[in-house]
Write a protein that binds this ligand. Structure first.
Ligand code: SAJ
Length: 420
């Protein structure tokens, strides 16, 4: 596909938008990054990054230095707009399209004939046509003719965003085939993976299907863990052995799927459907895991004792704590009069202490809530020396049980039945 420099405005400079803007600039486009948060624009304009992501600093600084990456507090006129704003859930678990509609409104005010608008935000099937396109049509633009629309969902994971933005295959859905092709010209300027074309709603549904597939499979692993605990079986042993089957890949149980994707996106799929099926029940099981894990902790130590929660990031080796099981479990225990301390080597948060000794001191229980790599090799002999009681609840199945038992710990592991 031909590679031509375009004026591109990336709307929303979060975990997806900022890396995407940086990569587009390094691929020869003239990029303006816009975000509704003025303090983020100020930070970026001073050359600072609002979050850590391997490889981002180099590409970001290269783009700024080349003059191809700039930041603005206003949405500019542009050939192409790529919208990467958050699409959370409302309290009643319905898609909250406010941020997307706000961003689309600001783009519609500046769009001109020939503009291409790509939505990367995760939306429900039909959302681009129902929530975005009318904002342009009310200004006299004809969709697919005056302004082109496409949906290109992202599928990167924190910690590998730059690499995956370049290497992952992408799906592009167009309002018309021409819309999809025009979007393809932009993405093929930096995507080394394959680009697959489809229609708008299919692309919107593909994203949801990907994350729902993963969510349901993790929920299945969680259900296996609960069943194994009841039957005195060690689920971790079962998973290891079952996965030797050439066509079986059971995922890991955990204290609850966090982040802004897996516990959220499947609700977009259920938008109009009453929840009774596998997806609904998997989401409900995921939500129950927080209470289940808190009740496991309550059975191990008396009220009023201190409990150290290790890990508040939603998954290993990242600094993102959205929908974090660690904080949710800690909050339940705090309501039951336990004293809670939080440790996390990656997360910056007022409740999080970086000094592990301080977090552990006088604790009666250590809960491992995130499978950060550094927790795998903690020395229980050292860790336990300042504890009042030596109890550990491993919610991620990562510790060496015999090593902790030898250090005098009473060990409980999610999914490991008492006789397991
Ligand atoms: N988790 C488990 N057990 C597992 C795997 C994960 O409990 O076996 C938990 C994690 O601890 C975490 C949550 O699930 O709390 C989600 O982690 P994740 O690694 O599964 O996914 P995300 O949310 O970081 O990224 C997902 C990815 N989607 C798929 O793998 C299908 C990613 O490709 C998407 O780009 C991302 O959602 C997104 O932004 O949609």
């Amino acid at each position: 596909m031909k590679k031509e420099s375009k004026n591109i405005c990336v709307v929303g400079l979060g975990y997806i938008g900022l890396p995407t803007a940086s990569i587009l600039a390094s691929s020869g486009h003239y990029v303006v990054g816009y975000d509704i948060e003025e303090k983020k624009i100020n930070l970026l304009s001073e050359g600072s990054l609002p979050f850590k992501e391997p490889g981002l600093k180099t590409i970001f600084e290269g783009g700024v230095k080349s003059g191809r990456l700039k930041f603005s507090k206003e949405v500019p006129q542009s050939d192409v707009y790529i919208i990467c704003v958050q699409t959370p859930l409302t309290p009643s678990k319905k898609p909250d399209m406010r941020f997307l509609k706000g961003a689309a409104e600001r783009v519609a005010e500046k769009a001109k004939k020939g503009s291409l608008v790509v939505i990367e935000s995760t939306v429900y099937p039909g959302a681009t046509e129902r929530e975005v396109i009318p904002l342009f049509e009310k200004r006299g633009f004809k969709a697919g003719k005056d302004v082109l629309f496409a949906h290109c969902p992202e599928r990167v994971i924190p910690g590998k965003i730059i690499k995956e933005l370049i290497e992952n295959d992408r799906v592009i859905g167009g309002f018309t085939e021409r819309c999809a092709r025009r979007a393809g010209e932009i993405y093929s300027s930096f995507v080394e993976g394959r680009i697959y074309f489809t229609d708008l709603r299919s692309a919107e549904m593909v994203k949801l299907a990907e994350n729902t597939f993963r969510m349901v499979n993790i929920a299945l692993a969680m259900e296996f863990a609960l069943l194994c605990e009841e039957s005195g079986i060690n689920v971790w042993e079962i998973i290891k052995l079952a996965n030797y089957h050439p066509r079986v890949n059971i995922l890991n149980p955990g204290p609850g799927m966090g982040g802004h994707c897996l516990p959220v996106d499947p609700y977009f799929m259920l938008r109009e459907q009453k929840g009774e099926g596998i997806i609904w029940n998997s989401l409900k099981l995921n939500e129950r895991m927080i209470d289940y894990c808190a009740s496991k902790a309550k059975k191990m130590v008396k009220r009023g004792r201190k409990i150290a929660v290790l890990g508040v990031a939603y998954k290993k080796d990242v600094d993102d704590y959205r929908n974090s099981p660690g904080f949710s479990i800690g909050e339940i225990l705090e309501e039951e009069e336990y004293k809670i301390s939080y440790h996390d080597p990656y997360v910056e948060h007022k409740k999080v202490v970086k000094n592990l000794d301080e977090v552990i001191k006088t604790a009666s229980l250590v809960i491992i809530a995130t499978d950060h790599s550094i927790y795998r090799n903690i020395d229980p002999e050292i860790l336990g020396k300042d504890m009042i009681e030596k109890n550990v609840l491993d919610l991620r199945g990562i510790i060496n049980i015999s090593r902790w038992e030898k250090a005098g710990f009473k060990v409980a592991v999610l999914g490991r039945g008492s006789k397991g």
